[in-house]
Write a protein that binds this ligand. Sequence first.
Ligand code: GLN
Length: 192
Amino acid sequence: MKVGVLALQGDVAEHLSAMKRAIRRRGEVIAVKKAEQVSKLDGLVIPGGESTTIGKLIQKYGIDKAIHANPELAIFGTCAGAILLAKEIEGYEQFSLKLMDITVARNAFGRQRESFEVDLTIPALGEKPFHAVFIRAPIITRAGKGVEVLARVDDAIVLARQGRYLACAFHPELTRDSRLHRYFADIAAGNL
Ligand code: GLN
């Protein structure tokens, strides 16, 4: 199995080490900067950062076309990456890959809760709570029919899956808990 981390902007290094920790000898993890790397991947992580900047760079390097041309590719979008997976972004005219039938609201927790941490219950990962770090995080305000909601904070959806796509509002690469990266590796490997 080969998993890439999109290395254009954002938390690239943290995702590379989290992904390596999660898959160990099951496969290879590479930094992706060029469109031609995408056709050889089973999975791609789109990290947190600034979604408009990452979106512009994705288009500039033709990575959007390479993603759309790989029908098997699993994608794990975290924070800005989740915004880039969404079909609709509330209130912004900006690029997105439109691969998941979700609507997102950027910076949705407001100024007072710009950054916060919370122990989340994510039944798909087991009973132990997942310590989630939110940084100017989006929320998912609408999830279409084929979308499975995996976690919420209060009423807001913060983790969702649609087939081989996984959208996460927080930053799982910033803690030592590899369960979410492992969950994604299982999707990319076709085991889940
Ligand atoms: N607020 C950022 C955006 O809208 C996302 C924040 C993040 O990725 N930490 O692009």
